[in-house]
Each structure stands twice: as structure tokens, then as C-alpha cells.
Design a protein around this ligand. Structure first.
Ligand SMILES: Nc1nc2c(ncn2[C@@H]2O[C@H](COP(=O)(O)OP(=O)(O)O)[C@@H](O)[C@H]2O)c(=O)[nH]1
Ligand SMILES: [Mg+2]
Length: 261
């Protein structure tokens, strides 16, 4: 089992394995009940990264799966030292992503999803960070030049979320979920300052980066998912709304209107 060192720090299962050099890039992938595609996706990703001009680790950030995900991930990590796995607690996308980022050792962090594994984004984002000095690169589904192949109701949901974020916390971009890449040193303080979890952590991170006037940019992506989402959109709505209220209170008024007990 992974060892929980403190609330935000988890010791990864094979962090102390053979591969002790710090990689250029840490790829953080939250996973939940992904037994159907996990092994094939990780194999495919390793293959696509064979000619990358950076070294990397892949951090599989699991929580709450009830299927074979954890066993498959551990077996994979046992065979490949650049793959790390941790698995702690209840299903919570934002918490897994944040913990994965806090464990990352690379100069750059790329946040991906197991149904995407978009290495074209990695290359484009690395160029923006290394050559043009950007600190955060968001892969946006909503820019001109992007292709969003999801069903209409999910594209509409992204627009509704963006609209709420614009009104509530002054969001200035076109997307907060999904693919992101950033310079770890430059944005670790922003990650640490985030307070909401689940689906809204990713939005809070992007919004706080904008508000802190860091160097950010959005680039278009071609979004092709390997399968529909594991948790239905409508089941996520109550938490998104609750965390939107919390985020608004904290960012605009410096106070959590729904403090946790
Ligand atoms: N650790 C963790 N990962 C999750 C959870 N829910 C979704 N994920 C992962 O987050 C990524 C995106 O999830 P997906 O179901 O495709 O939802 P989408 O972002 O709306 O497309 C995938 O890699 C999922 O396995 C969760 O509760 N915990
Ligand atoms: Mg998806």
C-alpha cells in the first residue's frame, strides 16, 4: 500500500525503485475504475514517448476504484520503473491530481487523462514552456482550431462551467479541465494554495494562475476520448455547484461560505 505521510503527501509505491534520477517531465494521470483501458493506454503512451526529447515519469494517481485498476497499475509499475502508482482514499479526481502534482519530481508537470494520452499536446506545450517561457499551457477544447468530438450535451456543459467561472471568479480563458502543462517551480505555490477538490480543483488551479498574473497560454487540441466518462455528468453537478460557491467565497471575499467541519 502507499503510505500516507500527511494530508497532502503520499509516498509513492515504487518511488525508491531503480530509477532515482529526476526526470525532465512528470506526467500525472488520475485514474478511477479504468481496468478496460489502463494497460493498453499506458503501453501506448510509453511507445509514443519513445522518441521524446525529454525524460519522464508517469504518476498514476488512483483513488476509490472498485475494479482491477489498482492491481493492473501496480503490475505495470513493477515492470517499468518510470511508472509510479499511488492509491489512497475515496474517489476524488481533484484530490488525486493535486497529490500527484505534489509528488512530481520533474521540472515540468503534464496533467493528462487515461482516455486521452495526447502526446501531440505534450510536444506543443513543451515548446511553449521551453522556448517561449510560458509557465502554464492549457490544452483547450474551445479555441478556434480545436476539435471537440464529445457529444453536444458535454460541450454545452463546458460552456456553462466557463460562463459560471467568468461571472463568479473572473476567469479569462476558454477551458480549465483536461490537458495542462506547467513549470513545477513556477506554479507549486499556486497548486498548494488551492482549496477545493473533485472536479473543481482543475478550475481553481487555472483561475488562480490567471489571477496571480503568471505567464499562461491556451493552445488548441484535438479531443478524442477512448471511451465515454466513467462518472456521468449529471452525478457530478451537485459537487461542482457546491465547490463553485466555495471557490467564489474564498477568491472574492476571502472566506469559505461552506466551511468543512
Ligand atoms: N483518481 C481519480 N481519477 C478519476 C476520478 N474520476 C475520473 N478520474 C480519471 O480522470 C480522467 C478523466 O475522467 P473521465 O471519466 O474521462 O471524465 P471527463 O474528464 O469528463 O472526460 C480519467 O483518467 C479518469 O480515470 C476519481 O474519482 N479519482
Ligand atoms: Mg474523458
Amino acid at each position: 500500500m502507499s503510505k500516507v505521510v500527511s494530508d497532502n503527501v503520499i509516498e509513492l509505491e515504487n518511488h525508491r525503485g531503480a530509477d532515482t534520477r529526476r526526470p525532465d517531465v512528470s506526467i500525472v494521470i488520475p485514474v478511477y475504475n479504468e481496468q478496460a483501458i489502463l494497460s493498453a493506454s499506458l503501453s501506448d503512451l510509453r511507445e509514443k514517448l519513445q522518441d521524446a526529447d525529454f525524460t519522464y515519469e508517469i504518476i498514476v494517481a488512483e483513488n476509490g476504484s472498485t475494479d482491477e485498476t489498482v492491481r493492473i497499475a501496480r503490475e505495470f509499475a513493477a515492470r517499468h520503473p518510470e511508472i509510479k502508482v499511488f492509491s489512497v482514499g475515496e474517489p476524488n479526481y481533484g484530490r488525486a491530481l493535486k497529490q500527484g502534482i505534489l509528488q512530481a519530481r520533474g521540472d515540468f508537470v503534464i496533467c493528462d487523462e487515461i482516455d486521452l494520452c495526447d502526446t501531440d499536446f505534450y510536444r506543443a506545450a513543451m515548446q511553449k514552456m521551453r522556448d517561449d517561457g510560458y509557465e502554464l499551457v492549457v490544452g483547450s477544447k474551445r479555441l478556434s482550431g480545436s476539435h471537440d468530438r464529445r457529444p453536444l450535451y458535454r460541450r454545452a456543459a463546458t460552456q456553462v462551467l466557463n460562463g459560471m467561472l467568468r461571472v463568479a471568479v473572473g476567469f479569462r480563458g476558454t477551458d480549465t479541465h483536461g490537458l495542462k502543462a506547467f513549470r513545477r517551480d513556477a506554479l507549486l505555490d499556486v497548486v498548494e494554495s488551492c482549496v477545493v477538490d473533485k472536479d473543481m480543483f482543475a478550475s481553481e488551479f487555472v483561475v488562480r494562475t490567471h489571477r496571480a498574473d503568471r505567464r499562461w497560454i491556451e493552445i488548441p487540441i484535438d479531443l478524442v476520448e477512448k471511451r465515454p466518462p466513467s462518472v456521468h455528468l449529471f452525478r457530478r453537478v451537485p459537487n461542482v455547484l457546491k465547490n463553485m460557491v466555495r471557490l467564489t467565497g474564498i477568491i472574492r471575499f476571502g472566506r469559505d461560505p461552506l466551511p468543512r467541519k
